[in-house]
Design a binder for this molecule. Structure first.
Ligand code: SAH
Ligand code: SF4
Length: 342
């Protein structure tokens, strides 16, 4: 963004003021004429042209809190009327924001409310950043001394299907002169978009990678994640090995446990063999009910976990948040009537 400003003839002093107002103070009201005239002229022009990095203050359409008050889920309306979800979670004093990267999703995972809605559009850089600013503002209202330190790209959409905007937004979000969330506290979760994973590795992007696996054979996975026909499991695992070799980083593998589909002891043993040699942490996710699928019973989930632990993998359960208010991933929006793209 600093380069964009410089290329437009905005002098460094003014661009610093702009950056500070936007990202340190989170002031999204750019039309108020509070900047010096050369900067204000540039802002007015860029806003008028709808530049993709522009921040719109999203309108909060709905907000749900979990019973324990530690999860807050926002349904935000964008300028063109599309709605997306952002979640603020507080675990043991650590605050994490979960943002959306697309309106809808093209990947069609059968158990995912967002996937079942289909793809509407990519979010712009400014729309991704604005979600973090909104969560930070809410956090400061309730906990004035707390910092927002963690970010996960696990909301609506597939981040690596919108990779250019995502990387640009993360550049802004991790910049220490502004929001300043450390790159090692930012996780990109992908359903397995192989070219995107390889790009992250080749560019040595400093963020953490999470891969949603859900299946230990081509058939098991394809039944849940249709896009694995395009990037088969074997190709995905190969890309993960390359990622590990090039970056030296651990990969988090996400596994949503679905009764009768991917939760047998045989599947757990096969998963351990599939990931052999990869520096992997496996995160088991209890299913949020979204349709014709049932979650794995607790004892079966723990048996699954024990097999992976015995094989030497760190393996944890994702804490279940927001489910008491029917606000798991994609579920808040699914309650509202989708709007047409505008
Ligand atoms: N598109 C990316 C990131 C968003 S989805 C991805 O798929 O990784 C974030 C996580 O939520 C994924 O691991 C996904 O498998 C999981 N998820 C989706 N629907 C779910 C549901 N109904 N219950 C539990 N987890 C779900
Ligand atoms: Fe898209 Fe992720 Fe949902 Fe699959 S799980 S449909 S990739 S948002």
């Amino acid at each position: 963004m600093a380069e964009v400003l410089a290329a437009s003839g905005v002098i460094a002093h003014h661009s610093k003021a702009f950056w500070r107002a936007l990202f340190r103070e989170g002031d999204l009201d750019l039309s108020a004429g509070k900047f010096l005239p050369p900067l204000q002229r540039w802002i007015d022009q860029a806003v008028g042209e709808g530049k993709p990095y522009f921040l719109d203050a999203p309108e909060v359409v709905d907000e749900i809190r979990s019973a324990d008050g530690r999860t807050r889920k926002f349904l935000l309306r964008l300028r063109d009327g599309q709605t997306i979800e952002t979640v603020l979670m507080g675990y043991d004093g650590r605050h994490t924001v979960c943002v959306s990267t697309q309106a809808g999703c093209a990947m069609g995972c059968v158990f995912c409310a967002t996937g079942q809605m289909g793809f509407v559009r990519h979010l712009r850089v400014g729309e991704i950043v604005a979600q973090v600013l909104h969560a930070r503002r809410v956090l400061h209202q309730t906990h004035p001394t707390k910092r927002l330190r963690n970010l996960v790209l696990m909301g609506m959409g597939e981040p690596l299907h919108n990779i250019d905007a995502v990387l640009h937004a993360l550049d802004i979000i991790s910049d220490v002169r502004g929001i300043g969330i450390g790159p090692s506290k930012i996780s990109i979760s992908t359903v397995g978009v192989v070219p995107g994973i390889l790009r992250l590795a080749e560019e040595q992007q400093p963020y953490r990678l999470a891969v949603s696996l859900h299946g230990s054979t081509e058939e098991e996975r394809a039944a849940l994640v249709p896009v694995s026909q395009r990037w088969p499991l074997a190709m995905l695992i190969d890309a993960c090995r390359q990622y590990g070799a090039l970056t030296g980083k651990r990969i988090l593998f996400e596994w949503t446990l679905i009764a009768g589909k991917n939760d047998s002891p045989e599947t757990a043993a096969r998963l351990a063999r599939l990931l052999a040699g990869i520096d992997a942490h496996i995160n088991l996710i209890p299913l949020n009910p979204t349709g014709g699928f049932a979650g794995t019973a607790s004892h079966a989930g723990h048996a699954f976990q024990r097999i992976l632990l015995a094989a030497g993998f760190p393996c944890t359960f994702r804490q279940r948040r927001g489910i008491d208010v029917a606000a798991g991933c994609g579920m808040l929006k699914a309650d509202k009537r989708p709007r047409a793209a505008g």
